[in-house]
Design a protein around this ligand. Structure first.
Ligand code: ZN
Length: 299
């Protein structure tokens, strides 16, 4: 198991980063002040969630009262059930997406020791934005999707200029948008840049600054170019992925995401609306073919 770590990045604001951020090794956040605390996302497995809970209780006086889910993916939400005292907050679409997905992710990687898990979907939902106060800390929950999914939330602390971006932003890890949107991801990244954050906690990978937003935007623009050329040339997304490869993004983890990402870019190039449903199961199978097997999940 790759160990997670809580690091204080501003007064009362902590980032929980797990390893290099590969498949299902996600980041979380802890806001603690005035005897209260709130978590931003949990982790994928029951064992990891219990370890996260112990780390949180070593910093906060009490278990978190609130738990914000940045989106529905199991690596960010399966640990919800280990924080039964917390009210789970998320975007309305994220609640629907979490209920529809259930524990499906566990079947994708049956070799992972998921432990006893129970899906807990957001109990308080919002549409555009809401404000959460934790002691003196003010956290703005902003809906920025469809980007990584259709129900994306970022958590913005305007006084500390800290941004918990969920999987709308990755660092050292390939972005992933087949359940969301390429154009929507670019719009979201522009909106996040306009906040002028000093510290950006990505959904996966090390904490950074606003440069992470530019790096990811470059990846999404390349996807759009590849899709434009591929559609014009009559090539399939798979052919384009084979021919073009990850190119300047070969250094990012999980480069095989190029295949499902290109499918989303193709759909949009052909006029699909952001977030229009794609056959995610089929895209995973095609990604595994490109990769020469299902990518390894080290959760
Ligand atoms: Zn995700």
């Amino acid at each position: 198991m790759t160990d997670g770590r809580l690091t204080e990045i501003a007064d009362g604001v902590h980032a929980h980063v797990q390893g290099d951020g590969g498949w299902c090794l996600n980041n979380s956040g802890l806001l603690a002040g005035g005897g209260e605390s709130a978590l931003v996302d949990t982790v994928a497995t029951a064992g990891r969630a219990r370890a996260l809970r112990a780390r949180v209780l070593a910093v906060a006086d009490r278990p978190p009262r609130y738990l914000v889910n940045t989106h529905f993916h199991g690596d960010h939400t399966f640990g919800n059930c280990v924080f039964p005292e917390a009210v789970v907050v998320g975007h309305a679409r994220a609640r629907d997406e979490a209920a529809a997905a259930g524990l499906h992710l566990t079947g994708l990687w049956p070799e992972v020791r998921w432990g006893e898990l129970e899906v807990v979907v957001p109990q308080v939902t919002f549409e555009e934005r809401m404000t959460l106060y934790v002691g003196e800390l003010r956290a703005e929950l902003l809906h920025v999707g469809p980007a990584h999914t259709c129900g994306d939330t970022v958590v913005w602390l305007p006084d500390q200029r800290v941004l918990f971006a969920g999987d709308v932003v990755m660092n050292g890890v390939t972005p992933f948008c087949p359940m969301g949107s390429v154009s929507g991801s670019l719009r979201a990244l522009a909106a996040l840049r306009a906040l002028e954050p000093l510290t950006v906690v990505p959904g996966h990978g090390p904490v950074g600054g606003p440069e992470l937003l530019d790096a990811d935007a470059g990846y999404f623009r390349r996807l759009q170019e590849l899709a434009r050329e591929g559609v014009a040339a009559g090539l399939t997304p798979y052919d384009v992925a084979r021919e073009a490869g990850p190119g300047p993004y070969a250094g990012l983890l999980d480069a095989e995401r190029l295949v499902p990402n290109l499918h989303r870019a193709y759909a949009e190039e052909r006029g699909a609306l952001p977030g229009a449903p794609l056959d995610i199961g089929a895209l995973f199978r095609e990604m595994a073919r490109y990769h020469g097997g299902l990518p390894v999940c080290r959760a």
